[in-house]
Ligand binder design. Structure first.
Ligand SMILES: [Zn+2]
Length: 406
């Protein structure tokens, strides 16, 4: 696969493809067809995802209507309450949330949501965008099952400019009306197996779904093209270890494809390593390797990068991507990415476009990943143990909402 063909893959899939939609399924089929072009056969492995269609989402603050999107899967509500702007997350600030609708200038992740529930908040308002761009795009957010754990509340998302306006006019009372239809839908992981001499295998992952505002050549058709690049090579050059390529669905909603895959013990029993690609091959910015494993793996990648003269920022940590459910099962995992300055290519917004994508840079990045993958796939013994150091376990538990770390 050359630079031109890689760019073509990004061009072919320049559409919004959110989890559980026909467009996401269309992209899954596209990947399957691409795999068949080099003579292999990939399969779609479906899994269930919750779906919603918003019918009404309204926010008024002191009688003034504010454009908003309603949170998917947050249920149906008609609630009016005093408004409180939560600037800090210390105990006193949180205690002020009781029986209020809370305005936030940050995202509401797992632990922030638990804080809001514990504080007795009645609902919340988040925001996105920047004051420095012309668009008024408001992202479509979701109250994830993993986050609400059965305790749902009304929530809407607004543009940052309106957030500033509400704070400036000292908004007192908020009213949220939310109506939606909810049902169970389906998403797919696209799976390709390249058998080796042994059943133990390396799992390669990259997600192909996008968020609601993004056509996602960078996040993350780039990683999907990378997996196609690697699969084409290994299809002609089988190795000691078996290889499984997993184009994951529904990553943007909380790693749902990778979580569904890793939840099946028989899927991961023989998995010795995960190599994940998420946002790579852009023209600008630095290459990074986020290793979720022991120091042995980060040192190895670091040494190898030096040996090849490939600039690479290697660090130990938890990458917010499909590598994490594998690492949670104590499988040594690494995410490779090239992180463009946010002012040059966006993600999760309309600025994730072709402007900063580069076929040549994709080839260079994928060749590095291939060099690493070849060494691992042809190893007589996997050099990294299937275990997670204590410090990394703490980070994983925090990320996955299992145990909060300070
Ligand atoms: Zn991504």
């Amino acid at each position: 696969m050359n630079a031109k063909e890689l760019i073509q893959i990004l061009e072919d899939t320049l559409y919004i493809r959110t989890s559980g939609t026909a467009e996401e399924a269309c992209c899954a089929n596209y990947i399957r067809d691409k795999v068949s072009e080099f003579g292999c056969k990939a399969e779609l492995w479906p899994f269930a995802v919750s779906m919603a269609e918003i019918q009404t989402a309204e926010l008024t603050v002191d009688g003034i209507s504010v454009p908003c999107t309603g949170y998917f899967c947050a249920g149906n509500w008609d609630v009016e309450a005093p408004l409180y702007y939560l600037r800090h997350d210390d105990e006193f600030s949180l205690s002020q949330c009781k029986d209020k609708i809370v305005l936030l200038d940050t995202v509401v992740g797992y632990w922030k949501y638990q804080d809001l529930v514990k504080a007795g908040a009645l609902g919340y308002i988040t925001c996105n965008g920047t004051v420095y761009s012309d668009d008024n795009d408001i992202d479509q957010k979701e109250q994830r099952a993993f986050v609400h754990q059965g305790h749902r509340m009304p929530a809407v998302n607004i543009h940052v400019r309106d957030t500033i306006d509400i704070v400036r006019r000292n908004g007192k009372t908020a009213h949220i009306v939310l109506k939606q239809k909810e049902w169970e839908g389906e998403s797919n992981n696209v799976i390709l197996d390249i058998p080796g001499e042994v059943d133990e295998y390396i799992a390669f992952t990259a997600h192909y779904d996008t968020t609601h505002l993004s056509v996602g050549p960078y996040d993350n058709m780039s990683g999907c093209a990378g997996l196609l690049y690697l699969a084409e090579y290994f299809a002609k050059n089988p190795q000691h270890y078996s290889l499984r390529f997993i184009w994951c669905g529904s990553e943007e909603r909380g790693l749902l494809g990778a979580k569904a895959y890793c939840a099946q013990e028989e899927n991961i029993r023989n998995c010795i390593m995960n190599i994940n690609l998420d946002m790579i091959g852009c023209l600008m910015g630095r290459f990074l390797s986020c290793v979720t494993a022991g120091e042995r793996m980060s040192s190895y990648i670091s040494c190898m990068s030096n040996e090849l003269g490939f600039q690479n920022d290697v660090y130990l940590g938890v990458y917010s991507s499909d590598s994490t459910p594998f690492a949670d099962k104590n499988i040594p995992a690494v995410s490779f990415a090239r992180i463009s300055p946010r002012t040059m290519s966006g993600y999760h917004d309309r600025y994730d476009d072709m402007y900063c994508m580069s076929g040549e840079q994709m080839v260079e990045d994928f060749e590095f990943v291939l060099a690493f993958a070849k060494r691992m796939a042809s190893a007589k013994r996997c050099p990294f143990p299937r275990e997670m150091p204590e410090e990394m376990r703490k980070k994983l538990d925090h990320y996955l909402g299992i145990k909060r770390s300070k």
